[in-house]
Write a protein that binds this ligand. Structure first.
Ligand code: HEC
Length: 109
């Protein structure tokens, strides 16, 4: 193979590697991916990993149609204040809550 052929293959490989790297990175950075992680860390122990609710704790599927992001954040913060095992919720910012809500919007029955 001549030198141009090798360069072409080299360039193609670099582009593919770069593309794979970028797509992995952007998946990581997507709000729903961040929201899912935040939900898992701060909400799932009561609401369940799939937000379907457990025992006395209601399902959050479809909650975004009934409640605004502000109302959801306020509700969760109140729980964070009142229940010792939910104290980590107090650390969440408004931006964290918008990510959580974006994740909840992706869930359906
Ligand atoms: C310690 C357990 C616990 C944790 C952790 C928790 N919740 Fe809840 N959540 C509850 C309980 C219990 C209720 C129902 C009682 C109530 O509405 O006050 C509830 C109700 C809600 C409601 C109202 C649902 C409705 O249909 O009215 C929303 C919204 C909500 N939680 C969001 C969240 C979010 C978002 C998180 C994480 C940031 C979270 N909760 C973490 C226990 C928890």
């Amino acid at each position: 193979m001549n030198i141009q052929g090798r360069r072409l293959i080299g360039t193609t490989i670099s582009v593919v590697v770069l593309f794979l790297g970028l797509s992995a990175f952007s998946a990581e950075e997507r709000p729903t991916a961040r929201g899912k992680e935040l939900f898992r860390d701060h909400c799932a122990k009561c609401h369940g990993l799939e937000a379907r609710g457990k025992g006395m704790v209601p399902s959050l599927i479809g909650v975004t149609e009934r409640m605004s992001t502000k109302a959801i954040a306020a509700h969760a913060r109140m729980i964070g204040e009142r229940m010792c095992c939910a104290a980590s919720i107090k650390k969440l910012s408004d931006e964290n809550f918008s990510d959580i809500v974006e994740y909840l919007e992706t869930l359906h029955e």
